[in-house]
Design a protein around this ligand. Sequence first.
Ligand code: ADP
Ligand code: ZN
Ligand code: ZN
Length: 841
Amino acid sequence: MTTYVQVAVNLATLPELYDYHVPAELEGSIQPGSLVVVPFGRQVMQGVVWRYVSTPQVSETRPIGALLDPQPVLTAAQRQLAEWLANHYLAPLPVCIALMIPPGLSRQADTLLSLRAEALPPLETLSPIQRRLVDLLKDRGALRGAQIDAHIKGVDWRPAARRMTARGWLTAQPILPAPTVGPRRERLITLAIPPAQIDAHRSQLGRAGSAALERRLTLLKVLASQREPIAPAWLFTEAGGGTTADLKFLEERGLIRSLVGEVIRDPLERMDIPPLSEAPQLTREQQIVWDEVQTALRRVQDGQGVPPHILYGITGSGKTEIYLRAVEETLKMGRQALILVPEISLTPQMVQRFAARFPGQVGVIHSKLSQGERYDTWRRARAGQLPIIVGARSALFTPLSALGLIVVDEFHDESFYQDEIPPAYHAVEAALMLARLSNSLILLGSATPDVSLMERARRSAWRILHLPERILAHRQAVQKQLERLGKPALLKTGEGESAHLDLPPVQVVDMRQELKAGNRSIFSRALESALEEVLEKQEQAILFLNRRGSATHVFCRECGFTLRCPRCEVPLVYHADAAALICHTCGYSRKMPVTCPQCSSRAIRQVGLGTERVEAEVKARFPHARVLRWDAETTRQKGTHELLLRHFSHHEADILIGTQMIAKGLDLPLVTLVGVILADIGLTLPDYRAAERGFQLLTQVAGRAGRSPLGGRVILQTYIPEHYAIQTASRHDYEAFLERELRERRRLGYPPFVRLARLELRHADPAHAREEARRMANQIHAWIEQSGSTIEMSGPTPCFFAHRAGLYRWQIILRGAEPGALLRGKPLGDWQVQIDPPSLL
Ligand code: ADP
Ligand code: ZN
Ligand code: ZN
């Protein structure tokens, strides 16, 4: 009896499954999840066997060509997840499958054919094509399919090869060569002259008195202070400036040398893993939470369904310790655990803690891995050799056949939503679905849980667990570190190794008052004197600048008034090219006013402020302070995050200036001051989640201060001190924020009270983009009319980032109970669809 299967053929435009039969020689080795080669039209393609079917839909089926990997590449739960993704996010199935197969595998899988000369019949009995294969393999030895293709062009030799294999004349061996990746090499810089000679070369470095000369001199001096060659990015960071052109200049004059050093590519090998660490005794609060989690895991093991659990606990309240216990319990049950963390910058610390507790059992997956690293980790995970996977969003798609626990840490983070390449999906939603499909416990942890999910948790009776207090951990260790840094401090009394720490007091400074008092600096008087004090006491400070959406919102420096859309209440965005203010939700537009509509001041304008500017001001005011800048520019190179952090935590700098990235990270006991330069920036973005994002960020940044017995404080500078996100963040009051935010969302008709779908078009030609946007809007309007649906459409409007990377971007927004349903199966052309996007920018 012939076995029939349906195959998802790997071509992005094919939404359907196709029927094939399993040829005799593959009988027994093909199963759902198998990666195979199939004939498709006149081509051969890769595909994944989806399911068995008793009777095919077509009268004549073709045979599967080859099996590419003896093990299935997708688990049963993953196949269901792929189907869910395709349906929910309106994406073709192969595109969703592609998320789950490492690129190195899908591209390089092949079959190795070799001749069994001893079994060959007389050559004259062979067909011409069989003869050609025999000649070729005799001549060249064993060859891969791709190599044979190169020799035998224009003829499909595969059926002939298959018959020959069935007769035993050839052996066909599916091969999965490890992706061809060599060791990673990195350019490093070192001084080529003795340090004492630097000054003698001064005149060579540029025009006397020029900035270039000073910059190059600094570069040389920094190099002189290094024992080892260092990476350019690190050099620039240390020197507080410098360009690739400077390096070229110095190298051409024989003052520096660049060499290439090898960097080990296993992310775990490059990391200092602390020695095996024992689990600390849980605090009372942790014990209560842990009892619940443990009970849930036992129910999972008994095959009972459990609802998702939200673990709401401020930074440092001991959530990770709960994750570690849960993983331990999961492994004891003979099952596997998946830990998702938001960003690459966060991964190393998280990985370190897991690797220290479970040596040799942890794999790391994130988008910056090389093909080789990724492929190896994927394969080891599938073979059950890595029962714990820690990683960013894409780690969710690791094949773990006995999954028992999914943890999503900082689940409010927007990096869990990806819309750069199709399919646009939300990893938290996908994780919730995977937990259901695999009967796993899902634990969602955050200090500032996502507002929409919190509301859903209440409505759907999920468990909400709470860790209300910060733990002052490792009291002895912190004490020692402080003593080493010459800062002995009294420890509070508490239980054993841990004690509670109060949250740092937050001072909100009204920058309008500063202006009235004649202070035009970016530092308020309060922040300036606080910085002075920190430097005097030889402690550390972090200055935080939220850069997202700076330069674009328009507000009054006199009274703090922000110009908003009269219809949607979102802030209007200034477009320099049109000298106009535009609402990116409904398209409303108006001229830039000359005076403030509220107080008639002329000080109404858009703001722009970068980390470089903050750095310059700090240096001007505190010339002796050692300053580190941490932003996208200084950390472009891999590994610099850790370097910067280590540098700062060893007190090799006094002030760290940074963007979003520094909002998370290590305990830094010497940091006693966090200054937020302008707390309003993110809040005034024209987006329904702006307040939530602002609150989360401010809460996180504030959590960086006072993580040791030295205490600490936070200063938030703002022009809108009365904003509820700033007010609640300054009181560390998540509950109050949640209630207020939900009220606002209900009033304005935003998630979780409606659902959103966003269509986005990108095109190089502005006129075409506008035209097509109108056409699509009319089309959608017609679809709504036809279906009698209650879905509301707004737009088309230019996106907030209206012109990016040479492309003009337009959007249309749909809201209603299930706006995605309206679009399902409809021809959408070049439009990308985002379901439940966390941002409308
Ligand atoms: P979170 O994940 O909520 O930020 P962590 O689990 O990282 O919190 O805990 C904060 C600090 O407290 C860490 O340094 C951790 O090692 C330590 N810690 C957690 N639980 C305990 C405990 N029961 N006893 C001692 N130290 C603890
Ligand atoms: Zn509007
Ligand atoms: Zn005003």
